[in-house]
Ligand binder design. Sequence first.
Ligand SMILES: Nc1nc2c(c(=O)[nH]1)N[C@H]1C(S)=C(S)[C@@H](COP(=O)(O)O)O[C@H]1N2
Ligand SMILES: [Mo]
Length: 238
Amino acid sequence: MAEKPKPRTGGAPVGRRAMLGMLGAGAAGLAAAPYLQRGWEGFLAKASEVDATGLTGLLPNPGGFRYYSVVGSVPHKDETNYALTVGGLVDKPKTYTLDELRAMPQTRVVGDAVCTDGWRVDGTPWEGVKLADILDDAGVRSSGAAIRFTCFDGAYSESLTLEQARRSDVLVALNLQDKPISHAHGGPVRLYVAPMYFYKSAKWLSGISVTDKVVPGYWEERGYAVDGWLDGADRDAA
Ligand SMILES: Nc1nc2c(c(=O)[nH]1)N[C@H]1C(S)=C(S)[C@@H](COP(=O)(O)O)O[C@H]1N2
Ligand SMILES: [Mo]
């Protein structure tokens, strides 16, 4: 698979050592900030906001995950302002609040997170609403063939075929490792597509639109496979 080009905001690329130095300075500046209370993950999220190179994804993280975002800063959303809009080729377009998603039947999927950059976190429990249930509620029209996902970071997008989207191991996920998904991991709501590379699992999910054909997502427009199957995935599973 093609190597992921690291997003840049222009100017000369910053070397990894220089970047780590900048992070060190940033860490001192964070001492009085609430990020401290969020621990390592909060630090990584903040560091990434000040790191336009995206290289903070190279830092080790005790949880095994690395923080990715294609934009520098992402608004924080919670039950007071989160909304998931379902539309496109459906009979009943709908907008869900976070509380409405929490009140729906929850499914637990234990699966792997495998990034094309070479790191992985195996056997992680995710919980949330089956995407299939949301599609059933919306009433997908016969002309619908694929799903386009959009994100409140304002930049990322993803896609699945309708058949892939209806699998029982594809979640509109609310919990990760038995806790509400943190902002850094794409909370309060992200997609989790267990049988595919982790780039398919869009963070900060805000839109689900049924389309008549697959619209390639952010990384797919930049050379990634639209079908992101992991090696050994059961492609025919329901
Ligand atoms: N909105 C959004 N979703 C995203 C990404 C992103 O940059 N923005 N990166 C993808 C990639 S390549 C990976 S590996 C995972 C990383 O998830 P994490 O930051 O929770 O480890 O999110 C995926 N979903
Ligand atoms: Mo990734």
